[in-house]
Design a protein around this ligand. Structure first.
Ligand code: SAM
Length: 196
């Protein structure tokens, strides 16, 4: 299995319990840089650093994915990144390349604390309104997440009219988790997620 582990924004104590366990139990842990290495070394000594420098990223990912496409069939390898693994992370490129070479490799993503939520705790601020997260590199806006989506179908229709694909996610990581087609009514612990 290939696991993408979120390390959080920089303080090793902001790693999740699950992330720590995966780091401790994996056959090998790989990090893409020294900042990530410093965090992982709090939990195990043998950390492999594979730098992914701009300009040479394609070549590094190509080589590493070839190796992992074979090894992750029988071994559990953890690739650890700063922040949350789902957001603008090197792991995305790695997974795409590994899957191209071996679609049978099982991939799991361990969520963590992303920089753009942690920053509000650092500033002592509360987010009590809608919020936009964007990249300075000007990538197009491709995702929208609606919280408190107790009427998912109505929210979904609005998103669909704006060209999004949509899913309802209810009680995520909890008992009774539901991920599927938006329904008319849902509990308070529901999000509608759109992407295009
Ligand atoms: C390629 S993105 C990766 C985001 C990361 N996966 C996350 O969930 O936070 C890198 C950007 O995240 C922001 N970032 C990440 N960690 C940060 C930190 N500890 N302090 C300030 N900004 C941070 C910076 O804007 C940086 O350019």
């Amino acid at each position: 299995m290939l696991m993408g582990v979120s390390l959080g924004p920089g303080d090793a104590e902001l790693l999740t319990v699950k992330g720590k366990r995966v780091i401790e139990e994996s056959d090998q842990v790989i990090v893409p840089g020294r900042l990530a290495e410093r965090i992982v070394r709090r939990f195990r000594d043998d950390v492999r650093v594979v730098e992914v420098p701009m300009g040479r990223a394609d070549e590094v990912i190509e080589n590493l994915s070839g190796e992992l496409a074979e090894r992750c069939v029988n071994e559990d390898i953890a690739f650890c990144v700063l922040g949350d693994v789902a957001f603008f992370s090197t792991f995305q490129d790695l997974v795409k390349a590994v899957k191209r070479k071996n679609p049978d490799v099982v991939v799991e993503m361990i969520p963590g604390v992303p920089s753009f939520t942690a920053v509000f705790s650092r500033l002592g601020m509360f987010v009590d309104g809608s919020m936009r997260v964007r990249s300075a590199l000007g990538e197009e806006e491709k995702f929208e997440v609606i919280l408190k989506a107790t009427e998912p179908l109505e929210m979904a229709d609005d998103l669909k009219n704006r060209g999004f694909s949509v899913v309802q996610v209810e009680r995520m990581y909890m008992e009774g988790e539901f991920v599927g087609e938006p329904e008319e009514k849902a509990s308070y612990f529901t999000m509608v997620v759109g992407w295009r």
